[in-house]
Design a protein around this ligand. Structure first.
Ligand code: ZN
Ligand code: ZN
Length: 453
C-alpha cells in the first residue's frame, strides 16, 4: 500500500476512536493527579492498552507506561509521548476539591491523542508497512512542582530525578529509542490550530534557607539576626543582577518566599525561598545560577546569618530537530490547512522534552483548541477536535512518513542528528548540578563555608 493510502487509513482509524479517546481525556480531566501520584490515570491508560491487545510495561518511574507497536520489518524506533500529570491550581473549574490538582496544562488531551495514535498505528495494514517500531510512552511528572514530596521520594530511593523524562532516561527506557514526538496544548491565538516545534528555556531549581537568631522583635532586636532581611537583600541583589543577563540568553529568575517568619513578635530566624533559574543555553543558565548563588550568600553575609542552598537539576533547554519538525509540519498543514498552521517563536517556559532533545531528534509542536492562560485557573479545552483529533492524525501520519518505505526518512534524520550529550554525559551533568551547600557568616570572628553534594 502506498504512503498516502496508509495515511488515509490512519486518519480514518483516528476518527473511529476519536469519541472514545476524548471521553477518556475528559475522565482524566475530572480526576487530576500531579506528578508521581498518577495512579488512577495510569490505570486508565493500562486499560486502553489491554483492550487494544498491546504489549506494555507499567509502573515505570512509579506510574509511567510504555507500549511498543512493532512493524512488520525491522528499523528505527519512534517514541510518541504523552504526559500523565496535572498541576495544582486552586480555582480551576476542574480542580480536585481536596487537592486542588487541575489539568491546567492540557496533559489530559495528550493522553487522548496518543491513545488515538496507538489505535491507528496498531491497524494490521499500517503495521504491515512499517519498518521499525512505535513506542507509545506515557510519562509521569513533567510539571516541576511539589518539590518536598518528590525530594522525599528521592530520599526513599523511589526516584532519583524530580522529572519523569530524566527518570525514564536513567532507567534506560529511551536507550532503544531513536526520536521523540510530543504534541502540547496551547491557547495562544498566534499559534493558531497547530504550530511548529520551537526552542524552550532550560531550568535549574534552587531552595535557600536563611538562618538567623530569634529575639524579641520589640525589646531586643539587637540580640537577633534577621533572616528575613538577609533574604530581602538576596532578592534585591538578584534584581540588581538582571541588567547583566543578555537578551539572547532569555534568562528568567523568579523567586518566591515560601516562609517569611514564625511570629510577628520575634525576629525571623528561619526564612525560605525557592527560585527557578531559566535560560536558553546550558552555559547561560550556569552563569545565571552562579550569580544567584552569590546574591543569596551576599544577603546572609550582610546580616551575619547562614544560608543553606539546595540546587536541583531541572530541565535542559529544548532544541527542536529541524528535519523531524518539517515532516510533522507538512502533515499538520495537510490536516488543518496552511493558513491555520503557525511558526512558534521561542518560549521561556521549560519542559523535560528538552532533556530528550540533547540525546535524540525531538519535537514538541503545539495543538490549539484551548482557551485561557496556560497554568492559569481558566485554561480549559473548548474544542477537542483541535486538541486531540488533529494532533492524533498528524502524529500518525508523521510516523508513517518516518517508518514506511524502508524507514528512509527516519534513518536520514537519525544519521543527520548530532547528539550534544550521551546518556552518560547527560546523567553526569544532572548529578553534577545537584548539590547542597552551606555558608555561615555568623559574627563569631570566623567565616565558615562548607559544601556537600
Ligand atoms: Zn505545564
Ligand atoms: Zn505541559
Amino acid at each position: 500500500m502506498d504512503k498516502s493510502a496508509l495515511k488515509e487509513q490512519a486518519r480514518a482509524a483516528v476518527l473511529e476512536r476519536a469519541d472514545a479517546a476524548t471521553a477518556t481525556a475528559k475522565d482524566i480531566l475530572a480526576h487530576p493527579e500531579p506528578g508521581y501520584r498518577e495512579a488512577r490515570t495510569s490505570r486508565v491508560v493500562a486499560d486502553w492498552f489491554r483492550a487494544m491487545g498491546l504489549d506494555f510495561r507499567q509502573h515505570l518511574a512509579l506510574t509511567g507506561l510504555r507500549a511498543d507497536i512493532v512493524g512488520a520489518h525491522p528499523g528505527p524506533s519512534v517514541a510518541v509521548i504523552g504526559e500523565l500529570d496535572s498541576l495544582i491550581v486552586p480555582g480551576h473549574p476542574f480542580a480536585d476539591p481536596n487537592t486542588n490538582a487541575a489539568h491546567a496544562c492540557g496533559h489530559h488531551a495528550q493522553i487522548g491523542t496518543i491513545l488515538a495514535v496507538a489505535h491507528a498505528i496498531n491497524r494490521p495494514e499500517v503495521k504491515a508497512n512499517l519498518h521499525g517500531r512505535v513506542a507509545i510512552m506515557v510519562l509521569p511528572a513533567e510539571e516541576y512542582i511539589e518539590l518536598e514530596y518528590r525530594l522525599n521520594l528521592r530520599r526513599e530511593g523511589k526516584i532519583e530525578f524530580l522529572g519523569g523524562k530524566p527518570e525514564y532516561i536513567r532507567l534506560g527506557l529511551f536507550d532503544d529509542v531513536d526520536m521523540a514526538i510530543l504534541t502540547h496544548a496551547t491557547s495562544e491565538e498566534n499559534l493558531k490550530d497547530m504550530a511548529s516545534s520551537t526552542t524552550l528555556n532550560g531550568t535549574i531549581a534552587k531552595q535557600a534557607v536563611f538562618l538567623g537568631t530569634s529575639a524579641h522583635a520589640g525589646a531586643a532586636p539587637h540580640r537577633g539576626t534577621n533572616a528575613l532581611n538577609a533574604a530581602m537583600l538576596a532578592l534585591s541583589a538578584i534584581h540588581a543582577l538582571r541588567e547583566t543577563f543578555q537578551d539572547n540568553d532569555h534568562v528568567r529568575v523568579h523567586p518566591i518566599i515560601t516562609k517569611g517568619g514564625d511570629a510577628v513578635s520575634a525576629v525571623p530566624a528561619d526564612v525560605r525561598l525557592e527560585t527557578f533559574v531559566r535560560g536558553l543555553g546550558i552555559e547561560a543558565i550556569r552563569d545565571a545560577e552562579r550569580k544567584v548563588d552569590r546574591a543569596l550568600r551576599a544577603g546572609a553575609m550582610a546580616m551575619g546569618a547562614e544560608v543553606h542552598i539546595t540546587t536541583l537539576a531541572g530541565y535542559l533547554p529544548l532544541h527542536s530537530d529541524h528535519g523531524l519538525g518539517e515532516v510533522y509540519a507538512a502533515n499538520a498543514e495537510e490536516v488543518v490547512g496552511k493558513d491555520r498552521m503557525a511558526v512558534a517563536p521561542h518560549r521561556s517556559a521549560s519542559t523535560d522534552m528538552g532533556d530528550l532533545s540533547h540525546l535524540m531528534p525531538t519535537i514538541q509542536p503545539f495543538a490549539g483548541g484551548f482557551t485561557g492562560v496556560g497554568h492559569g485557573n481558566d485554561f480549559v479545552a473548548r474544542d477537542y477536535g483541535k486538541a486531540i483529533v488533529n494532533p492524533a492524525m498528524v502524529t500518525a501520519m508523521t510516523v508513517i512518513d518516518l517508518l514506511s518505505e524502508s524507514a528512509v526518512k527516519a534513518n536520514e534524520l537519525k544519521a543527520r542528528y548530532k547528539a550534544p550529550l550521551t546518556k552518560a554525559t547527560y546523567l553526569a551533568f544532572m548529578r553534577g548540578v545537584t548539590r547542597e551547600e552551606h555558608f555561615s557568616y555568623r559574627d563569631d570572628g570566623k567565616e565558615q563555608v562548607c559544601q556537600e553534594s
